[in-house]
Design a protein around this ligand. Structure first.
Ligand code: HEC
Length: 248
């Protein structure tokens, strides 16, 4: 449902603190090493842009490009900093081209993600507000795969019943953790302080719950699948709580 009353704050100020993930006092990168989300998102983007995308696929393609940019920037704290900055910049080029509906340029930029050139200047940038990325586009990625989404809503519900493949669960959780970071920076405009507090709490909780699942799945064979399913149930409750208050 689209809320006409929601006008997104796209100003950079709304995103203070997004560039490094210090908002809940955790480390800059909510995802554990070896989490497969970056590779899965690059593959999704390249496939989606291998042909002229359908209109309904476009918002999620842009969202995935922005998720890649954030994920790469979150990993700019180690020895791969220049490489990760290069991935981020290529992903931002995809997001910019998709915004302009220049799908040929988007396809070329997406292809370059497989072997991104290290950036000369590996400094964090403020991703919030870039390419007018908004909540509609961000949330579109939760929709079913059959309508161009990442199928995350259905996947979260399925995983909350039973986790069988920790690696698949790692990608679902990884995507949701990153989405939570952007959600935090995209509160509906004009809400009062009490509502804003709720928005912030649910956004941070989305990332924290999803990151905990991703951390558990990183234990591979030793991952506690029952614990992960419980994590997905808590995540589903988080989605519902925010929707009851903010989505009508
Ligand atoms: C902090 C609040 C918040 C949280 C947490 C949240 N959402 Fe949303 N969601 C919204 C709002 C607001 C909208 C309506 C956005 C719009 O105007 O399209 C929405 C829209 C959606 C849509 C519709 C997108 C479309 O394009 O039709 C889906 C699907 C969705 N959310 C799934 C989820 C799932 C799954 C989770 C949990 C993993 C979640 N959301 C967590 C606030 C939230």
């Amino acid at each position: 449902m689209r809320n006409s009353w929601i006008r997104r704050i796209v100003g950079a100020a709304a995103f203070a603190g997004l560039a490094t993930w210090t908002l809940t006092g955790e480390a800059a990168n909510p995802l554990p090493e070896g989490n497969g989300t970056l590779a899965a998102d690059i593959a999704f983007l390249q496939k989606g842009l291998s042909k002229e995308p359908q209109k309904r696929e476009v918002p999620t393609l842009k969202a995935v490009a922005m998720l890649i940019a954030l994920n790469a920037q979150n990993q700019m704290d180690g020895k791969d900093a220049a490489k990760m900055a290069g991935v981020r910049d290529a992903a931002l080029a995809v997001a910019g081209a998709v915004t302009k509906k220049d799908f040929a340029a988007a396809k070329t930029a997406a292809a370059s993600l497989s072997d991104a050139k290290p950036a000369a200047d590996a400094k964090p940038v403020t991703l919030g507000g870039m390419h007018k990325f908004d909540l509609d586009e961000l949330m579109s990625s939760f929709r079913k795969g059959t309508v161009g989404g990442l199928n995350l809503e259905a996947d979260v519900k399925a995983q909350s019943k039973k986790v069988t493949d920790p690696q698949a669960a790692a990608v679902i959780a990884g995507r949701v953790a990153l989405i939570g970071e952007y959600t935090l920076g995209l509160p509906p405009e004009g809400i009062d302080a009490a509502k804003k507090k709720q928005w912030d709490a649910w956004s941070k909780e989305m990332t924290t719950l999803a990151a905990d699942i991703a951390k558990e799945s990183a234990k591979a064979d030793k991952a506690d699948k029952v614990k992960m399913a419980t994590g997905f149930r808590n995540l589903d409750a988080n989605c519902n709580a925010c929707h009851t208050a903010f989505r009508n």
